[in-house]
Design a protein around this ligand. Structure first.
Ligand code: PLP
Length: 398
C-alpha cells in the first residue's frame, strides 16, 4: 500500500461519515470496463459501480450529451415544462407498458415515491382504507426510513427504531405466505424479481404468475423494484418482461443515466391517478442534464440491443463459472444469475477470496458474507470473464 493511498484513507476516515465498508482501493480514473488507481494500475470492473455504469465508464457519446446540455440549461425547476424531461419520459415509456413517469434522484427515492403513490391511489382514488405494503424476506429497497421499513432484512433496521408502520415482510417465493398476508389493509405487494443484495436470488416463474393473479383477484397493486434489475441488466430491458408481468407501478434508478443520479417511478395511467398536483415532488428530479443523458442511454441500449448482449454474455459467464464449480465442488456451492446479474456462492466466508481477486485486479462485490456478486458493465468482453475465471481458479486452488 503506498503512502498516498494511506493518506487518502486517513483523510477519508477523518472527514467522511463511516457508512461504507470501503475496498482497499482508490479510483482515480475509469474508462469502459476498466478502473485505474492513482498509480495507473488497471482493474477490470465487474461491478459497474453496483449496476450503474451499464454502458461502461465515460462513454464518449454520453459525455458529449452531458457537456452540451451543461452549456444549454442545467436547472430551471419542475414548475416549467422541459423538452428533455418529456423526451426522456416518452423514451422510457416506449420500453415498457407503463403510461406515466415521475422523476427523482435515486432508487430509494423512487421506491419511496412508489409507496406513496400506492397508498394515495388506494385511499384517495379507490376510497379504501388500504395502506399496507407487503415485501419479501431478503429484499432491499433503500435506506430512507420507509424503504428501510419495506426492506426484508432486519439487521439493516437495527437502532433505527421506530420503523414507519404499514409494511409486512413475508417469506421469499412462498405463494401461500403471500396469500395469507393479504388483508383489507393491503395496498400492494412490492418485489424484486431477482433480489440483488440478498445474493442474486431470482423468484420462480410460478410465484410471479401467482403474484399477478393474486393482485388482480384481490384488487391490490403489483409494484416491482427494478432499480438493479432494470436497464437490460438481466437480459431484457426490464426484468418483469421475462415473466410477462404487467406491474401497476415499477421503479428504476442506478443505470438509467449511466452514473448520473436519477430515479424514476413508472405507473399505469390508472395507478398514476394517485398523484395529483402538489401531492409529491422533487427539486432535482428530471433535470435537463440527467434526462438528456438517460435518453441517450436508452437510445444506445435499444440500438445496440444491450439486453440480448447481457443475456448472451451472462450465459457465457455462467458456463465458465460452472466449469470452475465442477473443479472445486467443495468450495463453490452454487453459480447462478440472470443476464449479467451473476453470483458465485462459496461454501465458506468469502472475504479472503474476494480480497485475493481484488489483488489480482478484479473489482467485484461480496454480499451475504459468502456470495461473490458480479454486475459488470454490459459491454464486458468474453476474454474478461475468461481471465476472471482463471484468476478464480488460481485463488481457489492456492
Ligand atoms: N432497490 C434495489 C433493488 C437496490 O439494489 C437499491 C440499491 O442498491 C435500491 C433500491 C436503493 O437505491 P439507491 O441506493 O439509489 O437509493
Amino acid at each position: 500500500m503506498n503512502n498516498d493511498f494511506e493518506q487518502l484513507k486517513e483523510r477519508d476516515e477523518r472527514s467522511v461519515c463511516h457508512t461504507y465498508g470501503r475496498y482497499p482501493l482508490a479510483a482515480a480514473q475509469a474508462k469502459g470496463t476498466r478502473i485505474y488507481d492513482p498509480t495507473g494500475r488497471e482493474y477490470t470492473d465487474l461491478l459497474a459501480g453496483v449496476a450503474v455504469v451499464n454502458l461502461g465508464h465515460c462513454r464518449p457519446e454520453l459525455t458529449q450529451v452531458m457537456a452540451n446540455q451543461a452549456q444549454k440549461m442545467v436547472h430551471v425547476s419542475n414548475l416549467l415544462y422541459q423538452e428533455e424531461q418529456v423526451a426522456c419520459a416518452e423514451k422510457l415509456l416506449s420500453t415498457c407498458g407503463a403510461n406515466k413517469v415521475f422523476f427523482c434522484n435515486s432508487g430509494a427515492e423512487a421506491n419511496e415515491a412508489a409507496i406513496k403513490l400506492a397508498r394515495r391511489y388506494m385511499q384517495k382514488i379507490k376510497n379504501k382504507d388500504a395502506f399496507e405494503i407487503i415485501t419479501l424476506e431478503g429484499s432491499f429497497h433503500g435506506r430512507t426510513l420507509a424503504t428501510l421499513a419495506a426492506t426484508g432484512q432486519d439487521s439493516l433496521k437495527e437502532w433505527f427504531a421506530p420503523m414507519p408502520q404499514g409494511f409486512i415482510t413475508v417469506p421469499f417465493d412462498d405463494i401461500s405466505a403471500l396469500e395469507n398476508a393479504i388483508s383489507p389493509k393491503t395496498a400492494g405487494v412490492l418485489i424484486e424479481l431477482v433480489q440483488g443484495e440478498a445474493g442474486v436470488r431470482p423468484l420462480s416463474p410460478e410465484y410471479v404468475s401467482a403474484l399477478a393473479r393474486i393482485c388482480r383477484e384481490k384488487d391490490i397493486l403489483c409494484l416491482v423494484d427494478e432499480v438493479q434489475t432494470g436497464m437490460c441488466r438481466t437480459g431484457k430491458f426490464w426484468a418483469h418482461q421475462h415473466f410477462g408481468l404487467k406491474p401497476d407501478i415499477f421503479t428504476s434508478a442506478k443505470a438509467l443515466a449511466n452514473g448520473l443520479p436519477i430515479g424514476a417511478v413508472l405507473a399505469t395511467d390508472e395507478a398514476a391517478k394517485g398523484f395529483e398536483p402538489g401531492t409529491h415532488g422533487c427539486t432535482f428530479g428530471g433535470g435537463p442534464i440527467v434526462c438528456a443523458v438517460a435518453s441517450k442511454v436508452m437510445d444506445i441500449m435499444l440500438d445496440k440491443d444491450m439486453a440480448e448482449r447481457a443475456k448472451k454474455m451472462g450465459e457465457f459467464a455462467l458456463s465458465l463459472f460452472t466449469e470452475v464449480k465442477d473443479e472445486f465442488p467443495d468450495k463453490i456451492h452454487e453459480v447462478r444469475g440472470k443476464g449479467l446479474m451473476l453470483a458465485i456462492e462459496l461454501c465458506f466466508p468469502g472475504k479472503d477470496v474476494w480480497s485475493a481477486l481484488l489483488d489480482k485486479g478484479f473489482v467485484l462485490n461480496l454480499t451475504q458474507g459468502n456470495v461473490l456478486r458480479l454486475l459488470p458493465p454490459l459491454i464486458i468482453e468474453k476474454q474478461d470473464f475468461t481471465r476472471f475465471a482463471a484468476a478464480l481458479r488460481e485463488v481457489l486452488g492456492g
